[in-house]
Design a protein around this ligand. Sequence first.
Ligand code: RIB
Ligand code: CA
Length: 307
Amino acid sequence: MKKRKIILDCDPGHDDAVAILLASSYEEIDLCALTIESGNQALEKTSRNALNLVQYLSLDVPVAKGEAKPMVRDAQICPEIHGESGLDGYEFPPLYKKCVKQDAVTLLKEMLTKDEYTIVATGPLTNIGVLLKKYPEVKNNITEIVLMGGSIGFGNVTPAAEFNIFCDPEAADIVFTSGIKVTMIGLDVTRKILITNKINEEIKNINNKVSALFYPLMKVFIENQKKVFGFDGAPLHDPATIVYLVKPEIFKTKFMNVTIDVSKGPSYGRTNCDQFDYLKLKKNAFVVLDVDVDAYFEEIKNCIKKY
Ligand code: RIB
Ligand code: CA
């Protein structure tokens, strides 16, 4: 079986952490590098969280620090969901793993000059936007970009915008107008894949090294989502990108035009998804419309059981 070589660009982040453990557990995926965004927390914290996760999971994967701030706008963070550390809920053992010397954009450029990769993006798109602006020639070696971000409907950080896109709308605009095959998994879908305390307890009973990490992290994630949004479960946003790569058949997608609102008005950072082709603009993204929720959580559980 030919493995899918991926570079995961992320801002760990509780749900990013689950995306990392899924990417490292699937036989079908070769997790080749982690490039880190600021987003859920500042870059120093998201980088430290990524190193802790790679060390805990005993992964031989380079971790490269990304851009410290967005291309144009001011930086955002999300402690109300992910906490002061960006990954509240688990005390990791002493950290010895270090980031590689190259920054994320340099590592991406070096890797994409030598080989083809799928880019999976589960945080703001700053690193990818800067990469495509500085080194447009690497586009030819990006097979596709599968990203968690945006929404057809409402936002989660303003009425109009989802957090990852809102953090760097200009970078997102570069990605969506790049001509690279883009698959967008937005809130319309991820707000259906809610991890509940009941599911979390089932995963706790798997009783292995990864469930021992997963359970306390998700406990905090669920509590914070309840406090902020009143949800009875936490949208397990980011792992959907990984499950989509391996089990696309449990998702429903539609090819359409997606335009990023880069005006500085109340819809700044909105993904305008023209699902009924009102504007007859060039279609540029596969937008995920639906998911088989039970099948999704079966995948999560099966991946955790493999450890
Ligand atoms: O809006 C949800 C997204 O923002 C997820 O990727 C979460 O980790 C945060 O980055
Ligand atoms: Ca994320």
